[in-house]
Design a protein. Structure first.
Length: 127
């Protein structure tokens, strides 16, 4: 349970900061997404970082209980799978990036989902 609390606090705070920065600097994030098209190596590097973080979470916290701790496991698996996709199939993502960067909708949806996860994890981690 201590590991669950640690991950809830760490991921919760990181997600809270990320969601707020997505809302405040949405145009900057859109420019960064467009920039990935011209620099696919950055996408692969991000995938490697996701691989490492996702693997660490999944290996240390692969808990499938019917309570809030499963959120950490699901987030870990999501990060790991995203890392696998980004490193293995960057060519598939490159044509999708312009569609994402042309609209604020994906940024808003992402920021809301990340914010809700952050609030949930912070609640359970710090209560």
């Amino acid at each position: 349970m201590e590991l669950s609390l640690f991950f809830a606090k760490a991921i919760g705070v990181c997600f809270l900061i990320l969601s707020i920065s997505l809302i405040i600097a949405k145009s900057t994030y859109q420019l960064m997404i467009k920039d990935l098209i011209n620099h696919p190596a950055t996408l692969v590097l991000g995938g490697i970082i996701n691989l490492v973080i996702g693997t660490l979470i999944v290996v240390s916290h692969n808990v499938w209980r019917a309570d809030w701790t499963v959120l950490i496991t699901v987030i870990g698996w999501f990060i790991l799978i995203r890392g696998i996709i980004w490193t293995t199939f960057p060519g598939i993502l490159l044509p999708i990036l312009p569609k994402i960067s042309d609209s604020y909708k994906p940024v808003y949806i992402s920021s809301i989902v990340i914010f809700l996860l952050a609030i949930t994890l912070c609640y359970f981690g710090f209560r």
